[in-house]
Design a protein around this ligand. Structure first.
Ligand code: WTA
Length: 653
């Protein structure tokens, strides 16, 4: 397990909520008691917070590993996010405050957002999209991204959002896997002070074999785009002329809401499939209770991009169902200055901020002068997600950003879980810096050993989820066996869901997450598979073999380190140039987030006699540690060779 996390779980500081916060909190301690007494009745009660066109007849149908929630119930996700607020008199409330990177801003009330979504739904219908059709969305972080998602949901077409930082190849494989009929994109978006093109990646992707009929293009930057008149449609042209009337149809509780791809332990990403009723129930419940949302007064800001699950559950569905007013920001945190996020907090009076440890550590590195230059006194609650937060970063977040006033909720969950699973309740839990504390009401988590025995306090092992939950994935798109195999086969007898994370219970029973235990890296809170990067590397003509590991990194949690063997006859002359080329090749194959930080050219890889690469030894090298026990290697000299050649071919941006 990574060394910076070794001391986790020995923390004695505790931060209980203030009596004022506790008294006013949405969630009180009795919620745990209630959920424990009757878990299904508890979730049934939470589901009543949604508007259902037809009630369910059964709460849960569980035929492991396949779950159905709120069976027979019918509802519309977009109606729950929008129409309902307008009908109930909240149409004038601001839903989105959009801040563009160049400093432009726009607001949408719930009534305005509803009109945009209805028109976009009508445009999709005109383009032939029907319920059940898949729509790929490849967008910058602009309001139209959320509008596109809601328009799809409104007409029952599952969306597949592909993060705008992924390459054309990555986009193509996702379009093909989901067999998307339409792609929604933009000419580009603003990033780091300039217009960053997106449309060319779509054009490139669609040179591959797909069933995409139309590409709907938002004009954001006004940059030049190539145009395929038969296929491409400007958003503003088609959407603007649509009727602002559209009646949301109701769909079955188990109707597909979206597919979102995430890295697995093989080169092929998994299309995590979510449906409607259970997902929305848990997204809304957790958003209201973990963030203590008071929709009339809070200004909520989750910094995630809609390309990730956090953007789905805590920018789009959870907050809108709860009638939140929220900030959406297009750009990077350092554009034009390292104080940009704090300036936005002050400008809009943000009260709830939800972000990732990697950004918190970056802020720490940049220095306190940036947050100190803005008035952050509007903040009242802080959240963290995506990777383990180290106690130092937690304390800094609390002191410098939260002014020692704001409770911190460290929330553990996954693309697969759909919504928050482990987190403090801010008005109840005495938090410890670096711990996600415990399962929220209605959720059953355990730390178990290899044999699925639950470990006691003070013990460590793997995180498992022991009961089905409403927002759980319903499967991997088109791969039912892989679904069973990946999550359910390891603890088949016990019937537990295997999360792939290491965890530890401290003496009080608080849960400490320790990072992935499989071949998935977590770089800046983004999941990247080692095999995916390896297969990108070996697809380059110069590479014969590659092994990739996640090395500890003070800033990004993990950083990608690659060890490559070049093909015979390709000498590593001008090594540095080739290494740059390999890094760019990975960026082209997957996306810039997957670029290895270090690439080492080696003559051999450390393998056991059965041919398995010993990544542990490679991690030792990448982290500049003395190499551990290598006696089981087929050729014990390999590690000496690798270390001798260490300075020969290392590279970094
Ligand atoms: C990690 C992001 C520690 C974990 C919502 C998980 C965390 C993976 C935390 C899922 C946290 C997420 N503490 N680790 N609070 N939150 N993780 O699918 O390894 O992008 O399995 O979902 O991120 O990443 P994903």
């Amino acid at each position: 397990m990574s060394s910076s996390l070794e001391n986790l779980g020995t923390e004695n500081r505790k931060f209980p909520p203030t009596p004022e916060f506790a008294a006013a909190a949405n969630a009180k301690a009795d919620m745990y008691v209630e959920a424990k007494a009757d878990r299904l009745a508890f979730w049934e009660k939470q589901a009543h917070a949604l508007h259902w066109d037809k009630p369910w007849t059964q709460v849960l149908d569980w035929k492991r590993p396949f779950a159905k929630w709120f069976i027979g119930g019918r509802l519309n996700a977009s109606y729950n996010c929008l129409d309902r607020h307008v009908i109930e008199g909240r149409g004038d409330r601001v839903a989105f405050i959009f801040e563009g990177e160049p400093g432009d801003s726009r607001t949408y009330t719930y009534a305005q957002l509803l009109i945009e979504v209805k028109k976009t739904a009508n445009a999709l219908i005109e383009l032939g999209v029907k319920d059940g059709d898949r729509v790929a969305i490849y967008m910058p972080m602009i309001p139209e991204a959320a509008i596109a998602m809601l328009a799809c949901a409104r007409i029952g077409a599952p969306h597949s959002v592909v993060f705008g930082g992924f390459s054309a190849d990555a986009l193509l494989s996702r379009i093909q896997d989901a067999d998307a009929k339409i792609v929604i994109t933009a000419d580009g978006g603003y990033r780091k002070g300039s217009a960053n093109a997106l449309k060319p990646a779509v054009d490139d992707a669609l040179k591959g074999e797909t069933n995409v009929k139309y590409v709907l293009v938002v004009k954001r930057t006004g940059q030049n785009v190539e145009w395929n008149a038969e296929r491409d449609v400007w958003w503003h042209e088609i959407v603007e002329r649509q009727s602002a009337e559209h009646t949301a149809e109701s769909f079955d509780s188990e109707h597909g809401l979206f597919i979102l791809y995430t890295s697995g332990t093989t080169a092929k990403p998994k299309g995590i499939y979510h449906t409607t009723g259970g997902y929305l129930t848990q997204a809304a419940f957790t958003h209201k209770n973990v963030f203590d949302l008071k929709p009339e007064t809070d200004v909520y800001w989750c910094t995630a991009d809609v390309g990730w699950i956090t953007g789905h559950s805590y920018v789009v569905y959870g907050p809108l169902i709860n009638g939140a007013t929220q900030v959406i920001y297009e750009g990077t945190p350092d554009s034009p200055t390292k104080g940009r996020i704090f300036e936005i907090v002050e400008k809009y009076g943000v009260t709830i901020l939800y972000t990732a440890p990697t950004l918190i550590r970056t802020w720490m590195k940049w220095g306190d002068e940036f947050p100190n230059a803005s008035d952050l006194s509007s903040l009242r609650l802080l959240g963290s997600v995506g990777e383990p937060i180290n106690p130092e970063a937690w304390m800094w977040y609390r002191e410098v950003i939260g002014g020692n006033r704001c409770p911190i909720v460290d929330t553990w969950w996954q693309t697969e879980t759909g919504a928050i699973m482990i987190s403090p309740l801010p008005g109840v839990t005495a938090t410890k810096p670096g711990s996600a504390m415990g399962a929220i009401p209605g959720i059953s988590a355990a730390v178990i050993d290899d044999n699925a025995n639950v470990v006691g306090n003070g013990g460590g092992g793997y995180l498992a989820l022991t009961q089905p939950w409403p927002s759980m994935l319903r499967g991997i798109w088109g791969e039912p066996e892989r679904y069973q195999e990946t999550y359910w086969s390891r603890y088949d007898e016990a019937g537990y869901y295997f999360a792939g994370d290491g965890a530890k219970l401290d003496d009080d029973g608080a849960i400490w997450l320790l990072g992935r235990v499989d071949d998935v890296m977590n770089v800046s809170g983004h999941r990247i598979s080692t095999t995916e990067v390896e297969s990108a590397l070996v697809s380059h003509v110069a590479v014969a073999e590659a092994a990739v590991v996640g090395a500890n990194d003070a800033m990004t949690g993990q950083a990608i380190a690659a060890f490559v063997i070049l093909r015979g006859g390709i000498p590593n002359v001008g090594g540095e140039e080739l290494i740059q080329e390999l890094r760019n090749h990975v960026a082209k194959e997957i996306g810039p987030i997957a670029k290895p930080k270090q690439i080492l050219v080696v003559a051999e890889l450390p393998k056991t006699r059965s041919g398995k690469i010993m990544r542990r030894l490679l991690r030792d090298v990448a982290e500049n540690r003395a190499v551990g026990d290598s006696t089981t290697l087929a050729d014990p000299n390999v590690m000496k060779l690798i270390q001798a050649g260490l300075n020969a071919g290392s590279s970094e941006d």
